[in-house]
Design a protein around this ligand. Structure first.
Ligand SMILES: *Cc1c(COP(=O)(O)O)cnc(C)c1O
Length: 457
């Protein structure tokens, strides 16, 4: 099919996510014929560097031959099987490997098939844990301002990104909100660490009043991604773990976006500094939610890792009625498990984290000059997530009026230069695949700089 025909038929039959379809009267829809490494290839042969890893899912490049072959081989052996009462090798191997790689203390793996579903699983499991333990009055969750955990109703309820949430607010359970440790909100003269410590005091005050009715605190460790790539100091995680222990509530780490090497470590939780001098770094959440990059960007899949204590609260005689109740038809899909295993193989065979550090340093160096731009309020980065925040007024950090859609203008300009971006409002960010070359990093940074010029004209 020709690109033009594909677009015409798409717009006659389809409804796309996160899109006001009316926009496509003016904003071009990009028909993609194939992917090669970090590149998307259009029907007309035009190439676009996938600087956002196709919504943060792709790790090692598109159509990676190793992952593709693993899926194909599995498809010829066992494509899917009911996961209640039956099991299979890819599911078992993957669970064992995830537990070996994850923070110590996580002991069980529950599969789901997308990120929002993983969050639903963690929320339900936490609530049900307390109920099984004789504390059914715990029905609430604490979430952070600016957080995002997906778009099913439970996941939306613990989110705080107005854009996605407001329209459905009447349908959602009432979460408690603690202020985000976002370093962008630092008071004058305060550094990111001090901001984090202040926000821990706020959280302590909230727990002091509400812990008895709270199941868990849910957090995106290090980077609140969909909320605008807002970043915080890792000390927050150390303090958060301590507060959850002190007030006896669960900690849910949503590493759906930041997991699998994005932030410089395999999991972001590993970067929490030790609470005691000389102690081990890293924290272990009670629940760790993983998705997006878990299959290298090939198939929808998710896993929730939980502690032995959580698991034990559900383990009882059938008639005790304590079993966890959450099932998806495609739970533990063998193709997805194989894709995830092949992805972990790639982590095992290459110095991925070291390589990413080199790429991250290059990206940081190339974006640094943008700090001088009169409409750039902030250039920030954690690992291979870099963001540039545009504002109307640099001193007061007053945003541009939303209807001016500066971010969209930057995106269209970058697209014309062969770089695919997807700004979050006026936050232009790069989250490239790990196979990106240093020259391609320069291309991305150049397209962001040009895009910002175009957006601010
Ligand atoms: C993307 C995302 C989700 C939701 O995952 P989906 O697969 O899109 O449902 C949840 N939490 C975070 C932090 C995410 O970035």
């Amino acid at each position: 099919m020709q690109g033009d025909e594909l677009i015409r038929r798409d717009l006659a039959a389809l409804w796309h996510p996160c899109t006001q379809m009316h926009d496509h009267e003016t904003v071009p829809l990009v028909p993609v014929a194939r992917g090669e490494g970090a590149w998307l290839v259009g029907h007309d042969g035009r190439r676009y560097l996938d600087a956002i890893s196709s919504w943060w899912t792709n790790l090692f490049g598109h159509a990676h031959p190793r992952i593709a072959a693993a899926i194909a081989a599995q498809a010829h052996a066992l494509e899917q099987v009911i996961f209640a009462g039956f099991t299979h090798e890819p599911a078992v191997q993957l669970a064992e490997r995830l537990l070996a790689l994850a923070p110590p203390g996580l002991a069980r793996v529950f599969y789901a098939d997308n990120g929002s579903a993983a969050v639903e699983v963690a929320l339900k499991m936490s609530f049900h844990y307390w109920s099984n333990r004789g504390e059914p009055a715990r029905t609430r969750f604490i979430a952070l301002t600016g957080g995002y955990h997906g778009e099913t109703l439970g996941a939306l309820a613990v989110g705080d990104t107005g854009l996605y949430r407001d329209a459905y607010a009447p349908l959602l359970m009432q979460r408690l909100l603690a202020p985000s440790p976002d370093a962008y909100d630092a008071q004058p003269g305060e550094d990111a660490e001090q901001t984090a410590l202040c926000r821990l005091q706020d959280l302590r005050a909230l727990l002091e009043r509400h812990a008895h009715e709270v199941c868990a605190v849910i957090v995106e460790p290090l980077v609140q991604c969909a909320g605008g790539m807002r970043m915080h100091h890792p000390r927050y995680l150390t303090g958060l773990r301590a507060l959850c222990d002190a007030y006896r509530v669960h900690l849910i780490a949503d590493e759906i976006a930041v997991g699998f090497g994005r932030t410089g470590t395999l999991f972001a939780c590993e970067q929490a500094p030790s609470a005691h001098p000389g102690g081990p770094t890293g924290i272990t959440p009670d629940f760790l939610c993983l998705s997006k990059g878990i299959t290298g960007g090939f198939l929808p899949f998710a896993a929730v890792l939980a502690t032995a204590d959580v698991y034990a609260a559900f383990y009882a005689e059938y008639n005790a009625g304590k079993a966890f109740l959450h099932s998806h038809s495609y739970t533990g899909n063998p193709l997805a498990c194989r894709a995830a295993l092949a992805t972990l193989d790639l982590f095992g065979e290459q110095p991925v984290l070291e390589h990413n550090r080199t790429l991250a340093a290059r990206l940081a160096a190339r974006l640094a000059p943008l700090r001088e731009h009169p409409h750039v309020a902030d250039v920030r980065q954690t690992g291979l997530i870099a963001a540039v925040e545009l504002v109307a007024d640099k001193t007061s950090r007053t945003p541009f009026p939303a209807h001016e859609r500066r971010g969209l203008r930057a995106r269209l300009d970058a697209l014309s230069r062969g770089v695919a971006l997807r700004p979050l409002g006026d936050v232009i960010y790069a989250m490239p695949p790990y196979c990106t070359t240093p020259d391609e990093i320069d291309l991305i940074a150049g397209a962001i700089a040009h895009g910002i010029e175009a957006a601010c004209r």
